[in-house]
Design a protein around this ligand. Sequence first.
Ligand SMILES: C[S@@+](CC[C@H](N)C(=O)[O-])C[C@H]1O[C@@H](n2cnc3c(N)ncnc32)[C@H](O)[C@@H]1O
Ligand code: SF4
Length: 364
Amino acid sequence: MSYYVYIHIPFCLSKCSYCSFVSFAGMGDCGRKYFDVLYTEIETFFKNNPHQKLKTLYIGGGTPSVLPVEYYKNCLELFEFEDEYEFTFEINPKTVDDVYLKSLKELRVNRLSIGIQSFDDNLLKIINRQHSSADAISCFESARRCGFENISIDLIYGLPAQTIEILNKSLEAAILLNPEHISIYGLKIEEGCEFFKKRPKDLPSDDECADMYLEIVDKLGQNGFEQYEISNFAKPQKFSRHNMNYWKNREYIGFGLASHGYFLQNRYSHEVSLDNYIKNPFPVNKKFVDFKERQEDEVILNLRTKDGVDLDNFKEQYQVDFLKEYKSVLDKYAEFFKISSNKVSLTAEGFLVSNFILSEFLGN
Ligand SMILES: C[S@@+](CC[C@H](N)C(=O)[O-])C[C@H]1O[C@@H](n2cnc3c(N)ncnc32)[C@H](O)[C@@H]1O
Ligand code: SF4
């Protein structure tokens, strides 16, 4: 067995207007203390569990690159990697330079995820990003110069005042950079962000967002990016191994404030306030996942991916025939499913309405 590990770093330069992730702006001073506590959490985990090597490590946030690379060293000494490991580190264009990026290489980071969101300067201001499109391009180029051969970029569609033309320009800029991977999320406005308090008036309509999504799938597909999950596109073999592990419904370990994990058949989370996490840096809200729940999770997570549900594998694991068990949902949404001899997956149009469809598999 080897481990898949996520570490959450809850600090950012400033808060983007759409973001409800647990992250604190302007609190980088707490970084040192945070890492002391994180070290205790990881060290305790390895005292209580076998010291297996890591297959993947994903350091996300927040913006992990707001903190000095030095802070990461102690915690990383607690890990050993498999030969073929994937170690992703999230960065933000305004927070890194060549020195920082080279130090990340020395830490053994071999995949970067750059939060760009849009290549349109006006939109970047509207969503309160601290960088311009030119900063994003220069960050990407520095990363290449420093030897990173596996780079992902994050974009968002459905932003206020965004039109399909503006989106297209961002897609073209992204394609021109030639990253190995692009994640592109539909804007979600949830409690806790600026846009939730004051909803922008010029959000694109649902129909416009649907057109944007289909345009993204089409354009990225034509340019060599395979859509392997609802929001994720990759060059051949460059899908995120860490995230694929989630969608295969396999176990992973989460360390750090607000992180989630799934380990020894239990799902768990962590305290979300900094004070509470510092007092108690261990999993809370542990919940055993029973057989039926595991089966439901498997369906919902697998159907997010282009590979969908492998029918033989499903039967072997859960002793049920997927096509019979879920016949009513499959019939109801027949136009959105692709069914082959051994596989059931959603079409691009199905991905678009996946929230509705997937919820119908619950409690089936
Ligand atoms: C946790 S963030 C980390 C990236 C990094 N902090 C940055 O923004 O530069 C991961 C990604 O989630 C996406 N995201 C965050 N909030 C979102 C929202 N409300 N709607 C859609 N996508 C969102 C953004 O694309 C973001 O880059
Ligand atoms: S999108 Fe990224 S940089 Fe912006 S507030 Fe959220 S975590 Fe921080």
